[in-house]
Design a protein around this ligand. Structure first.
Ligand code: CUO
Length: 698
């Protein structure tokens, strides 16, 4: 488009000049007055083309003020229809036109979801920034008590002299609830944004061409597995045991959760869950939703049966093997369930309806006219302790499958005479002939070697886009979050071959000791291995020194990207498009490492260099900016850029005789002990060169 179509902030308000019949029916008589409401600060007017509108009756079945949840089958069908409509618009102008028409008619949460998925996937818009959901719907991330204060501040003080409103650190519970010790992590805005964005990039029900991304079922497993590993480590840092699986769905849930969130859109409080809640059969005609706990149990048992027999049943009743490499991908789609599940009649919709059952336990038959609690949608679910207990169950099902696979092996010369099986064998090798790691470590500036430092920072998010009141202009909420000092990995590796060798450096970290202070056995420790980074190196013959900054991590995105996809008020369109990195999926950089302990928390740093011939994925180079969180988010429009199973080398049982991490090592791997030391103080945050204007730091 020639005109800038999307300018997010401040004075550069955009107004859409729409055909009269696009305004809501009850507003059409006063069309000019409504339009003039925007005139004061409008810099840019976009003429919206009148088109013959597609049939919107399906998405309009959900009321404007009803809460929307992706996990509810009826809602996701309506959203899928809306996404289809958006994707089906032939030109950019038609897409803009129908979006503008829908904006004042369709349920706002469903509108934002469907529009975001469409923008991400249409070839003519996929480089447009998607504003973080915390700006559109701040009520999903921030204590509701903040909003009345924000309104007051906006009325008292003009733009520029408004004070940030501080979000208290302990607003959802007190320390009487031991789970509250990790609330700072569960309720972190950036983490929840990552999870929301991941589900936006990997929707489970819409146009099959969008759902069917390379290894999406496997990535569903792996990304959520990594959430579990990281959360468990955070718990150990806070003297809590690892998460207990929630697998007996008849048992009361001891963990309560009172989110203190209010929905501004639906004008309601998110229901709380007191300690001791019990799941019930769900029968809610209003949501066209009816299933029993027995259904969930049957699906669970059938999935276990498929794992233990090594084959699932397809719709023709045939048994199809769960293969060594593709099996986990099919299982991910079966479990979630996505529309790629090969047989929903048999395996159901276990994970999604598990979220639903938990989120409706306070009103399973709608007798109190209540809606779902925060487990009911991806934007908020990670706040609740039950999320991790339920996902520990989900993760354990995948582990059950992984435990049926052959272990990774050591190089065995001459075993494979057939070249095809030799290539196949390459993916499951651990060692890298001639390549040896001789030393590894981490260095934080001004700190002893192998020490990482964490502390608290305060940062501001702008709420103004999500709050509809005048006078307009930025209004900031200040929140406290974990952060750490940037550090560098140092690796010394020897290449004894007389030619260069390409390899993939794989960096993981895990706690050394369990809840009792005893050293971990391999089989438990591997489940806690957090991926920290993964990158390719070319090793010259002889000694090589590799340095890698923590900020280059393949799992994270920088702070600016988590919270604001646009760096400044630059209009979209024109030559500068390529410079933007718009991809919001990725673990927040400031949450890269666990909190540690004030007295120091011991961890094992593990580094491996694998043979690139077993890692390589042949595909055209990606020109896309969205590539810095590939480990958890994949590459846009490309295959997942690592041929090994996700989680390699820790996703399978160890070979016979390996009881501890040191026994697992081959020459191309190394482990060293590091310590994470936490300082329980809020430190000033440095403003980095690329920092957005709208982010100010205390
Ligand atoms: Cu991401 Cu259960 O899948 O929330």
């Amino acid at each position: 488009p020639a005109e800038p179509v999307y300018v997010p902030k401040g004075e550069n308000q955009v107004a859409f000049q729409v055909p009269d019949n696009y305004l809501p029916e009850n507003r059409q008589a006063m069309a000019p007055a409504v339009f003039n409401r925007f005139a004061d600060d409008t810099k840019t007017r976009v003429q919206v083309k009148q088109i013959s509108l597609p049939d919107l009756s399906v998405p309009l079945q959900l009321g404007r003020r009803e809460p929307f949840s992706l996990f509810i089958p009826k809602h996701r069908k309506l959203a899928a229809r809306l996404i289809d409509i958006f994707l089906g618009m032939r030109t950019y102008d038609d897409f803009l036109s129908v979006s503008v028409y829908c904006r004042d008619r369709v349920n706002p949460e469903m509108f934002v979801y469907a529009l975001s998925v469409a923008i991400l996937h249409r070839p003519d818009t996929k480089d447009l920034p998607i504003p973080p959901l915390s700006e559109i719907f701040p009520d999903k991330y921030i204590d509701s008590a903040i909003f009345a204060r924000a309104r007051e501040e906006a009325n008292i003080a003009p733009t520029g002299s408004r004070l940030p409103i501080e979000i208290p650190r302990d607003y959802t519970a007190s320390d009487l609830d031991e789970e509250h010790r990790v609330a700072y992590w569960r309720e972190d805005i950036g983490l929840n944004l990552h999870h929301w964005h991941w589900h936006l990039v990997y929707p489970f029900e819409t146009d099959i061409r969008i759902v069917n991304k390379d290894r999406r079922g496997e990535l569903f497993y792996y990304m959520h597995h990594q959430i579990q590993a990281r959360y468990n480590c955070e718990r150990l840092c806070n003297r809590l045991g690892r998460v207990k699986r929630f697998h007996n769905w008849r048992e009361p849930i001891p963990e309560g959760y009172f989110s203190k969130l209010d929905s501004l859109v639906a004008s309601r409080t998110w229901p709380a869950r007191p300690a001791g809640a019990v799941l019930k059969d769900i029968n809610r005609p209003v949501d066209q939703l009816s299933f029993d706990l027995q259904d969930l149990e049957r699906w669970r048992d059938r999935i276990y049966e498929a794992i233990h027999t090594g084959a699932y049943i397809n719709p023709r009743g045939e048994r199809v093997p769960l293969t060594e490499f593709g099996g986990v991908d099919v299982l991910g789609n079966i479990m979630e369930a996505s529309i790629l599940s090969p047989n929903q009649n048999v395996y159901g919709d276990l994970h999604n309806l598990g979220h639903v059952a938990i989120s409706y336990c306070h009103d399973p038959d709608h007798r109190y006219l209540e809606t779902f609690s925060i487990m009911g949608e991806p934007a908020t679910a990670m706040r609740d302790p039950i999320f991790y207990r339920f996902h520990a169950f989900v993760d354990d099902v995948f582990l059950e499958h992984k435990n049926t696979l052959p272990e990774y092996s050591l190089q065995q010369v001459g075993v494979h005479s057939c070249p095809a099986s030799a290539i196949y064998h390459q993916f499951t090798l651990l060692d890298f002939p001639g390549v040896e790691i001789t030393d590894i470590g981490v260095q934080t500036p001004n700190q002893p070697e192998n020490l990482l430092a964490t502390f608290w920072n305060k940062s501001d998010v702008d709420l103004s886009r999500g709050l509809d009141f005048t006078p307009r202009g930025p209004i900031l909420a200040r929140f406290t979050h974990l952060n750490h000092a940037d550090f560098t990995y140092k690796i010394t590796a020897n290449n004894r071959n007389n030619a260069p060798r390409r390899g993939t450096v794989r960096i993981f970290m895990a706690p050394r000791q369990d809840e009792r202070g005893l050293p971990y056995v391999f089989r438990d420790q591997k489940e806690l291995m957090m991926e920290m980074d993964k990158f390719t190196v070319l090793l010259k013959p002889g000694q090589n020194t590799i340095e890698r900054k923590s900020t280059e991590s393949s799992v994270t995105i920088p702070f600016e990207r988590t919270f604001r996809n646009l760096e400044e008020n630059r209009p979209i369109g024109g030559d500068s498009l390529e410079q933007f990195n718009f991809c919001g999926c990725g673990w927040p950089q400031y949450m890269l490492i666990p909190k540690g302990k004030e007295e120091g928390f011991p961890m094992d740093l593990f580094i491996m260099i694998s043979d690139y011939t077993g890692d390589a994925v042949e595909q055209p180079e990606s020109r896309d900016g969205c590539r810095d969180a590939v480990s958890y988010c994949g590459l846009r429009d490309r295959k997942y850029p690592d041929a090994r199973p996700m989680g390699y080398p820790f996703d399978r049982r160890a070979r016979v005789g390996v009881e501890t991490l040191p026994q697992f090592l081959t020459g191309n791997m190394a482990v060293t002990q590091i310590t994470i030391r936490h300082t329980d103080t809020v430190l000033p945050r440095m403003r980095s060169g690329s920092m957005s204007n709208t982010l100010t730091f205390a």
